[in-house]
Design a protein around this ligand. Structure first.
Ligand SMILES: CC(C)(COP(=O)(O)OP(=O)(O)OC[C@H]1O[C@@H](n2cnc3c(N)ncnc32)[C@H](O)[C@@H]1OP(=O)(O)O)[C@@H](O)C(=O)NCCC(=O)NCCS
Length: 168
């Protein structure tokens, strides 16, 4: 797992609130548009954030006015957690942001009583797959043509991992 550069990343991501909708839209668009994927709108984020069992965190750099580096949105219901989306600012990738957000999500899942964490990842998304596989996620299934990229269809891989009592 990547260790964040000292001083680069606050170790305690900020819980997501409704006021963060426009920020989530901007971060999501910056991370997913280079992949040719549709960004989610502020309204979509507000709907998700208001749903039962949905939680999320924003990773920030230290400072008087913290700079947002990335975020995760997840849901925990009936003993199962699911990552809805996770994104790091493209100019801040590979510095431990995604790993920190994943770790915080696992810890929060414990608080919600979830024992397994699921997610979907595009088969051709090598950075995300490396992140997940490095943190113990294993293949569960495939959704054929789940993602649309222009005229192309890409399969989604469903991955999961068991969550230990301490969120490890
Ligand atoms: C996937 C994503 C969230 C990773 O965030 P990140 O902040 O770069 O992650 P980290 O710095 O914590 O990297 C952790 C591990 O992920 C893997 N990884 C991250 N970026 C990688 C890249 N470009 N190539 C290969 N592996 C990569 C590595 O295993 C890395 O560990 P290492 O640096 O010790 O080798 C980020 O690339 C992103 O936002 N991508 C666009 C949106 C997206 O695809 N989200 C996931 C949808 S399922």
């Amino acid at each position: 797992m990547t260790d964040a550069e000292p001083g680069f990343l606050r170790p305690d991501p900020i819980p997501i609130a409704l006021a963060h909708g426009p920020l989530l839209e901007a971060l999501h668009d910056a991370a997913f548009s280079p992949r040719g994927e549709r960004g989610w709108t502020t309204e979509e984020f507000l709907t998700l954030v208001g749903m039962e069992g949905v939680f999320g965190f924003i990773a920030v750099a230290p400072g008087a006015e913290p700079e947002a580096l990335g975020f995760v949105l997840a849901r925990a219901v009936a003993g199962e957690g699911e990552i809805l989306t996770i994104a790091t600012r493209p100019d801040r990738c590979r510095r431990g942001v995604g790993s920190l957000l994943l770790k915080r999500t696992l810890a929060e899942c414990v608080r919600w009583g979830a024992e397994t964490l699921f997610l979907e990842v595009a088969e051709d998304n090598a950075p995300a797959r490396a992140l997940y596989e490095g943190r113990g996620f294993v293949f569960q299934g495939r959704r054929k043509g789940y993602y649309r990229r222009g005229a192309k269809r890409i399969d989604a891989l469903v991955l999961s991992r068991t969550i230990g009592a301490c969120g490890h």
